[in-house]
Design a binder for this molecule. Structure first.
Ligand SMILES: Cc1cc2nc3c(=O)[nH]c(=O)nc-3n(C[C@H](O)[C@H](O)[C@H](O)COP(=O)(O)O)c2cc1C
Length: 376
């Protein structure tokens, strides 16, 4: 339904407030995925027949494409993400405390540039309520077929000096339900959050999450969960190198690159200029090259030995391929679901399969970091 979405649904959503349109889309997906018949219909429409397996972070992913953080902040559409064929879904950002986020309006759309500007500010029910939601979900439906990732944010009320407790409390409350945890110190919409992207603060946060991880492993006799760090695209090469080294030295399992950017597209169009003047982080097409460049740098810094999750501006299979060959093992998107609709996953996997055929590769793993092969 890529074309019908672009012809009929997107033009309707265009006239709606971005956040309301977002809630309506989630509501429909949630309702449709609640019944086995409509869930089956979604699977028939959107699931890809192609398998492109990737083994990473202790799991086997059916293909590399999953949902980025921020779309399902309340963890309420889990069956929907599975039904439309994503290979994993990241819920949240979840904070220790429930919070309403920044005043509305706080999400803006530039159709011309296929970009979103948001300053949501981690609106979410807090980790206690999310753990109840997930508990109910698992009791009712059993485990999902896809890994669930949890995006850990920091509550606005918590001072940066106590950030480690905020992140690790959420991790503790959600440990049983998440397969992978992502420490997000890179959102531009919580005051001073990005200041935590320094060696001292970041290692303290990771150490606190590691402790929770170990305690849960020992008491439940289960393996440790992978912890990743998500980085912003607005920093120097040196800063990025320091963060990546801190993540490795502190025992993390990978990096998610990248979050939204505070940079903007130059535009002469009055409507777009107004959108671009809004405060917040920009996602979507204008971010695609910048985030791919970060993936490339991280791959170089780590000699390709530290798994990278590529996110930022992926709108089609060509973008996905660029991120994989720059070094990403897995991919995520948010904005593409707004501009392209739910068929994006199927389109990307199909396009990646074609790319593999063109290169005579029989697995996606042969393509990861391809741009760097033969460098030495
Ligand atoms: C409305 C909105 C809310 C977001 N919330 C979060 C969040 O809570 N945590 C996070 O790590 N990233 C968040 N993101 C960033 C996305 O996960 C992703 O990194 C970014 O949008 C770039 O990907 P894209 O160009 O495919 O959208 C949010 C993005 C948008 C548009």
């Amino acid at each position: 339904m890529g074309l019908p979405y672009r012809l009929f649904i997107r033009p309707t959503l265009k006239f709606q407030d971005s956040e309301k349109a977002h809630h309506r889309s989630l509501y429909f997906l949630k309702k449709l995925s609640a019944f086995s018949v409509s869930r089956l219909a979604l699977s028939v429409l959107y699931q890809t027949k192609h398998d492109l397996p990737v083994e990473v972070f202790g799991h086997s992913y059916k293909h590399p494409f999953g949902l980025a953080a921020g779309m399902d902040k309340k963890a309420e559409v889990l069956l929907g993400w599975q039904a439309i064929g994503l290979s994993f879904a990241e819920i949240g950002g979840v904070t220790m405390l429930e919070q309403s986020g920044n005043p509305k309006p706080r999400m803006f759309r530039s159709d011309k540039h296929q970009a979103l500007i948001n300053r949501m500010g981690f609106n979410n029910p807090g980790s206690e309520k999310i753990s109840q939601t997930l508990d109910l979900h698992f009791k009712k439906h059993g485990p999902l077929n896809i890994p669930i990732w949890v995006n850990l944010g920091k509550s606005k009320l918590t001072d940066n000096s106590e950030a480690h407790t905020d992140y690790s409390t959420t991790m503790d409350r959600l440990w049983d339900y998440g397969d992978v945890f992502v420490i997000n110190v890179s959102s531009p919409n919580t005051p001073n959050l990005r200041d935590l992207q320094n060696q001292d603060d970041l290692s303290k946060i990771i150490a606190s999450c590691m402790k929770v991880n170990q305690d849960n492993c020992h008491s439940k006799n289960l393996p440790a969960k992978p912890i990743l760090v998500k980085v912003a695209p607005d920093m120097s090469h040196e800063q990025l190198e320091l963060i990546v080294k801190t993540a490795i030295d502190s025992g993390c399992s990978g990096i998610v690159a990248t979050n939204t950017t505070v940079s903007r597209v130059a535009t002469t169009d009055a409507k777009d200029a107004k959108t671009m003047a809004e405060n917040g982080g920009m996602s979507g097409l204008p971010l695609v090259d910048k985030s791919t460049e970060f993936i490339r740098l991280i791959y170089q810094i780590t000699d390709g030995k530290f798994p990278i999750v590529g996110v930022g501006g992926i709108m089609n299979a060509e973008h996905a391929w660029q991120k994989i060959t720059a070094g990403a093992s897995l991919l995520q998107a948010y904005s593409a679901f707004v501009f392209q609709g739910p068929s994006i996953s199927k389109d990307i996997v199909k396009g990646l399969k074609k790319k593999l055929r063109e290169h005579n590769f029989n697995s996606i793993e042969q393509a990861i970091g391809l741009d760097h092969k033969g460098d030495d």
